[in-house]
Design a protein around this ligand. Structure first.
Ligand code: FDA
Length: 306
């Protein structure tokens, strides 16, 4: 129930103005977001890399409705990748890209062209790109663009969402040599016809997908904060005899930092998803939807005066 309230709030521009206008919400935002610009993102990434973590940086842009906006997002990523290289943060830092931000909802060919330019900049910087998963209506075109990109940039990563009924099949197709696949539960509000609605069913799907990816020939990227699923992933890595550099764990910046440190200290590759940019509001609401107990943080930030 609260999950759908937050997912609806993510689309409310009135609430966005209200939260943005409260000074105290600043510290709340900083818990999950690296900052407003690439310079702050690089500085935060530097601290995390110094702590033994790896990074995937996400630029939070406004909804892309024109080709000019799509080009501006592409330019932002190209400049970011140069900065990451200049700061000596590649290959530890890669980038995550939403194809809708580079024009997928306008024209698939435009999104492919801009995503290719970002992949070329990543390759030049000695690192890679992962394509974020969005709502189910875009899954087919995202995977088609992924296959095109992988012809020239085979290390381009995919994201699969365990809540989608189709995902076990997608895991089978993508568990191939060199294929980087991030497995997450899924963060959007999806209908029963395409997605499991019950949390236990999503968890069971996650484990089935994990088994396929861990027993396959690709590179699984296990993106969950769920202690039970992390323990199962550790177990499967042992069971399928995967060396520490043959899979990785991924966390959102600001979530369960003690668990991030524990896994890294145990010799695991741990990658932090690090968003930056002015358009942090929908991202933050999706994080609250995942953990409704965070509502107390929102209420406190809206009622505090400072
Ligand atoms: P779940 O939500 O069940 O949480 C398990 C436990 O983790 C909670 O009990 C709590 O302790 C802790 N926790 C989880 N979220 C928290 C939060 N926000 N604040 C504080 N504690 C929290 N989704 C998508 O649709 N497309 C994508 O491309 C991505 N990409 C992505 C990258 C990375 C690196 C991660 C970690 C996640 C994503 N996601 C995503 C989001 C994902 O689909 C999912 O919504 C969240 O990870 C929350 O699900 P969990 O697996 O953590 O389990």
């Amino acid at each position: 129930m609260l999950r759908s309230v937050f997912l609806a709030a993510a689309r409310s521009s009135r609430l966005e103005r209200l939260v943005g206008a409260v000074p105290a919400s600043r510290s709340l935002v900083r818990r999950f977001i690296a900052g407003d610009d690439a310079e702050e993102a690089v500085a935060t990434a530097r601290g995390l890399v110094d702590d033994g973590l790896t990074i995937t940086v996400d630029y939070l842009s406004a909804e892309t409705t024109t080709a000019e906006q799509a080009r501006a997002v592409k330019d932002q990523y190209v400049a970011l990748l140069r900065r990451l290289k200049g700061a000596g943060l590649t290959p530890a830092a890669e980038v995550s890209v939403k194809l809708s931000a580079v024009g997928r909802r306008l024209d698939d060919r435009l999104a492919l062209e801009y995503a290719s330019e970002i992949c070329a900049a990543a390759s030049e910087a000695g690192t890679a790109v992962t394509l974020d998963a969005e709502d189910h209506a875009g899954t087919d075109s995202t995977l088609e663009i992924l296959f095109e990109l992988r012809k020239e940039f085979p290390d381009t990563g995919a994201v699969l969402q365990a809540y989608l009924r189709r995902t076990e099949g997608d895991c089978r197709e993508l568990a191939t040599p060199g294929s980087r696949v991030r497995l997450c539960k899924g963060a959007y509000s999806e209908p029963e016809s395409v997605a499991f609605q019950d949390a236990l069913d999503v968890d069971k799907s996650f484990v089935r997908c994990l088994n396929i990816l861990m027993s396959g020939e690709g590179y699984p990227m296990v993106a969950t904060h769920d202690p039970r699923l992390i323990a199962i992933a550790e177990d499967r890595a042992r069971w399928f005899d995967r060396a520490a550099d043959e899979y990785e764990f991924q966390f959102l910046h600001g979530v369960r930092p003690e668990e991030q440190a524990r896994l890294a200290a145990g010799g695991n590759v741990v990658r932090i998803y690090l968003p930056y940019g002015h358009q942090w509001y929908p991202y933050l609401m999706r994080r609250f939807a995942e953990r409704p107990s965070n509502v107390t943080l929102v209420v406190r930030s809206l009622t505090q005066r400072q």
